[in-house]
Design a protein around this ligand. Structure first.
Ligand code: HEM
Length: 130
């Protein structure tokens, strides 16, 4: 059942940007949206504009719903060859690193506050009882 995904280069996809044959690259995956053009709630124009190209940023700019994300599975035809993939930078990475930064921020403040309170209490104690 598991088929090897077909691999494409960015170069060979470039010209596939017409109503008769439209593909998109999103998160290093390749989608044939020819049949989806007319159904896309955002209109066919935006898809054709990105036809044959990397539409990851435009796709994420719109913050598509999880429904849209599962819908796109239907149109997937393969992946980019390893050499043409964008490594994590403009894919899911920004969200991840934001989350991480936030977590780190929280972790930092979560022990900084008790530490400062401890220091303050020590100073106060010494001041009062020394
Ligand atoms: C296979 C790829 C795509 C699928 C399956 C898809 C699907 C959808 C769906 C289901 C919606 C309705 C709102 C939602 O559920 O989020 C939507 C809205 C939209 N999409 Fe896409 N989309 C795709 C690619 C793109 C790309 C590449 C762009 C931009 C270049 C784009 C631009 C928009 C815009 C602007 C809307 C908002 C329409 C509105 O709210 O008036 N979409 N898309």
């Amino acid at each position: 059942m598991e088929e090897q995904p077909k691999l494409f280069t960015r170069e060979e996809l470039k010209s596939r940007c017409t109503r008769k044959d439209a593909v998109l690259i999103i998160h290093n995956e390749v989608y044939d949206v020819t049949k989806f053009l007319a159904e896309h709630p955002g209109g066919e124009e935006v898809l054709l504009e990105k036809g044959g190209q990397d539409a990851t940023e435009s796709f994420e700019d719109v913050s598509h719903s999880s429904e849209a994300r599962s819908l796109m599975e239907k149109y997937k035809i393969g992946d980019l060859v390893e050499a043409d993939r964008v490594q994590s930078k403009n894919a899911f990475a920004p969200q991840w690193s934001n989350d991480q930064a936030q977590e780190q921020g929280n972790a930092w403040t979560s022990w900084l506050t008790p530490l400062l309170l401890g220091v303050a209490a020590t100073i106060l104690y010494r001041y009062l009882f020394a």
